[in-house]
Design a protein around this ligand. Structure first.
Ligand code: UDP
Ligand code: LCN
Length: 806
């Protein structure tokens, strides 16, 4: 049993715990989540006139703080305690404080019983357990190292090499013999026949290149190297070749993690990359702000550009220019025949600003043209993915003239397709979640049957389990995306165990301590988003045009609201009108504070102005709500609401125009997985206030380069913004200080160059690991296939039948 609970039971606080739980039992709610439990404890403390100290630091206070759930039953209650990040314990507490630990199986049964779906008399429910498959693989020990998988893996791989040098060297030799590009052998040729010869020839080659001038081009001595067994790929100059060979020599003699990483990072083994993003409107113009189409599209396009550039640089450095090696990045998406004025009906579209990065669109098969010819919501897309993967494979082969070296999936659907492709092609698979739907919707798994008609979570969560376990590496944008914070569960963590009543119990859905998890945050497109002070790169006519649009233009088709006082400081926000983005919450916070209204105007860029423009029910509700709030708080004259979808170049300039007026940016989402708009605003120089729920907590350092807000507490949010505004009015430098620190934060930590350098290094290291550990993974992959064929596929077929009737 947990130490804390034991200590409470042996202390004077035992009675407090008993009393508190007794009072909790009176609660109307029978399933309490952390927030409910905290509130109940706060009430308990007030009622019993406890001190602040008791609330925060008493043993019971601590237990309450780390309790994630309480389920009240007739005679007892069940408690889910999370004493540490990524660790859960479950207890049943009876009257009189008899406490017994529960297993995860028991807890899942209790949850089923809670929703009246526990039927032991009908037999056991299917249990999904990935635990045994991770028993053989290396595991990170310390939770703070979760998300730094590659560092751990380098240590593991180098120690393996060290433990059995002969075997390790043999694996390295086989790995180096593997590489070629369009029929050209790379790295080593048949003259080096075994690992022993490799280690000898490396030394000879080092002596040879050491005699050459450092910057002598590779082409001038390639034949000599070839005769020693070395093909292109070691470097573009004598100096670079020497360095790479020396790293290999060191690795052979004394493998250490840094040398391992340095060596693998130089191996030219990635030339063709496929980025899979199936749902949404994937395009370069006129798509952002449409349903399901936001940051994911921005992220992938920028990533594709940056990857191509890095690959090209690596190819040059590796000395492969003579072979006319051209990297290729393919964004695989779906082709939407009825494309509503976008280019989503085109098979191939070049990514702007690249030589060889493309969007390849493959249509869904026409099971029912009334459905498949149109955009399909991400919640409904499941029946089409398997055949999409089969068709996409052919199209990819045609475009790449071979198979890719790396496949990166995006979001649940793209990750499933990435798995299907990677499995067939035997290629390294990476996953990016962007947003895992499971934690966004409260009780989404427990009540899945009630939600199934709208959300089809049974398919999505099965797809997630399949893809995240199959992936060689999971790229996450933040640490908390994986394992949350001391007081909140991470998005991946929510897949560790859960019940889908009547469908399955997940007793171990993912190993959070696996080195497959790596935090690699995205960057921001620096040619579009840059500091407002860089006047030389700004176009005066564009500034004028956007100033007019933002502050003065009268055009009811595009803008709602007229500002009374143009001199007030602008508070700016830009997002889709999703409920979770909570632009209405920001408007209400603004409405609640007359003082804030005296100092500021509110400017919202929100895509649409009228319910008649939207077919999305959530969006329609938000539009109506925003009008209601404006009337209720009489915000006329103080707010402008722009119903426009801005082209990329305008969206960059818009932040700068706000910064010219020493404005601020607010991101009020109820939850934000990462939040690209925050990076965009900060790099432009806007002091940024962002939700404390999700990624922004890691992007911003509170009160240093931005501010956290709690979007569920609107008065407090308004107060924080007002405090800042007043401080700026008292000290004219304050705005500038925060602005400069915001800019510096993005440049130091969130650039695409940092992102893709790390990503490519990961691709090589996981590629090597995939190669050396292949046999160990096959059993898990077979299990995953069983889930796909036996659970996912029949359910997808059922959904397809529904679509056929439309
Ligand atoms: N965006 C835009 N126009 C809009 C709304 C959003 O260009 O009307 C862009 C915004 O600049 C950002 C992205 O869409 O690049 C939104 O990404 P974010 O990660 O903030 O949120 P998401 O929409 O993915 O949840
Ligand atoms: C999806 C989201 O919801 C955002 O929070 C992210 O910034 C975006 O994808 C890019 O990863």
């Amino acid at each position: 049993m947990s130490n804390l609970i034991e200590t409470i039971l042996n202390s004077d606080e035992k009675i407090e715990l008993w009393q508190f739980l007794e009072e909790l039992r009176k609660s109307e709610k029978r399933y309490l989540l952390r927030n409910d439990i905290q509130n109940a404890f706060e009430n308990y403390c007030k009622l019993h006139e406890k001190s602040d100290g008791f609330y925060h630091t008493s043993l019971v206070g601590k237990l309450v703080y780390y309790t994630q759930e309480i389920i009240l039953e007739e005679e007892s209650l069940c408690l889910v305690y999370r004493p540490k990040i990524a660790r859960h314990e479950f207890y049943r507490i009876y009257d009189g404080l008899t406490i017994e630990p529960l297993t995860i199986q028991q807890l899942l049964d209790i949850r089923d019983r809670f929703v009246n779906h526990y039927h032991p008399e009908e037999g056991d429910v299917f249990e999904i357990d990935f635990g045994p498959f991770y028993d053989y693989s290396p595991i990170v020990r310390d939770p703070k190292n979760i998300g730094r998988g590659v560092q751990f893996l380098n240590r593991f791989l180098s120690s393996q090499l060290f433990q059995n040098p002969q075997q390790g060297l043999e694996a390295l030799f086989r790995f180096l013999s593997l590489h070629s590009y369009n029929g050209h052998t790379l790295l080593i040729n048949g003259r080096i026949k075994n690992s022993q010869q490799l280690s000898e020839q490396v030394k000879d080659a080092i002596s040879f290149v050491s005699e050459l001038p450092e910057n002598q081009p590779y082409e001038e001595f390639r034949f000599e190297l070839q005769s020693m067994g070395f093909e292109p790929g070691w470097g573009n100059t004598a100096g670079r070749v020497k360095e790479t060979l020396e790293i290999l020599d060191r690795l052979i003699d004394l493998p250490d993690p840094e040398v391992m990483e340095a060596f693998l990072s130089r191996i030219p083994m990635i030339f063709r990359i496929v980025l899979v993003s199936v749902h949404g409107w994937f395009g370069q113009e006129g798509v952002l702000g449409r349903p399901d189409t936001g940051g994911q599209v921005v992220y992938i396009l920028d990533q594709a550009r940056s990857l191509e550039q890095r690959l090209q640089e690596d190819i040059t450095l590796a000395g492969l220019d003579g072979l006319e090696v051209q990297p290729q990045v393919m964004i695989l998406s779906r082709l939407i025949p009825n494309s509503d004025g976008t280019r989503c009906n085109e098979r191939l579209e070049k990514v702007h600003g690249t030589e060889n990065a493309w969007i390849l669109r493959v249509p869904f098969r026409d099971f029912n043209p009334d459905v498949t010819q149109n955009w399909i919501s991400r919640f409904e897309i499941w029946p089409y993915l398997e055949t999409f993967a089969i068709d996409a494979q052919k199209e990819l082969y045609a475009e790449l003239r071979g198979k890719p070296d790396l496949i990166i999936g995006n979001y649940s659907d793209g990750n499933l397709v990435a798995f299907l492709l990677a499995r067939r092609l035997n290629v390294t698979q990476f996953n990016v979640a962007h947003a895992l739907e499971k934690s966004k919707y409260l009780f989404s798994n427990l009540y899945w049957q009630d939600l199934e008609n709208t959300y089809h979570f049974s398919l999505q969560f099965t797809a997630d389990l399949i893809a995240m376990n199959a992936a060689n590496c999971i790229i996450s944008s933040t640490y908390q995306e994986i394992v949350g914070r001391p007081d909140s569960v991470g998005q991946y963590e929510s897949y560790e165990s859960f019940t889908m009543p009547d469908l399955f119990h997940v007793v171990k859905g993912i190993e959070l301590f696996s080195p497959k998890f790596n935090v690699v945050p995205p960057g921001v497109n620096e040619s579009v988003y840059f500091p407002y002070t860089r006047t030389e790169d700004r176009v005066p006519s564009k500034i004028e045009q956007l100033e007019d649009l933002l502050f003065t233009r009268e055009d009811p088709a595009q803008v709602f609201g007229k500002l009374d006082d143009l001199n007030k400081r602008p508070i700016f926000s830009m997002a889709r009108l999703d409920r979770i983005k909570n632009l209405t919450g920001l408007a209400e916070a603004f409405g609640l504070s007359e003082e804030l209204q005296e100092h500021c105007n509110l400017i919202l860029v929100a895509g649409k102005l009228s319910v008649s423009e939207s077919t999305d029910s959530e969006e329609r509700e938000e539009i109506e709500k925003l009008y209601r709030i404006i009337d209720q708080y009489n915000l006329h004259g103080k707010i402008r609401w722009l119903g426009v979808r801005l082209p990329k170049s305008d969206s960059g300039e818009i932040y700068r125009v706000i910064a010219d007026r020493q404005g601020i940016f607010v991101q009020p989402a109820l939850f934000e997985a990462f939040g690209l708009t925050i990076l965009e605003a900060m790099i432009s120089g806007l002091p940024t206030f962002a939700t404390q729920f999700g990624g922004p907590l890691e992007i911003i350092q509170d009160k240093v380069n931005g501010f956290y807000i709690n979007p569920t507490n609107l008065e407090e949010t308004a107060k924080k913004i007002l405090e800042f505004v007043c401080k700026c009015e008292g000290n004219s430098n304050y705005w500038l200080e925060v602005s400069n620190r915001a800019i510096a934060r993005v440049y130091s930590t969130y650039t695409w160059k940092i992102h893709t350098t790390k990503l490519l290094s990961l691709a090589r290291i996981y590629g090597f690991w995939n190669f050396t550990s292949k046999e160990n993974r096959e059993d898990m992959l077979r299990y995953i296939e069983a889930l796909f064929y036996l659970i996912y596929k029949p359910r997808a077929k059922q959904l397809l039948e529904l679509h056929m009737q439309r």
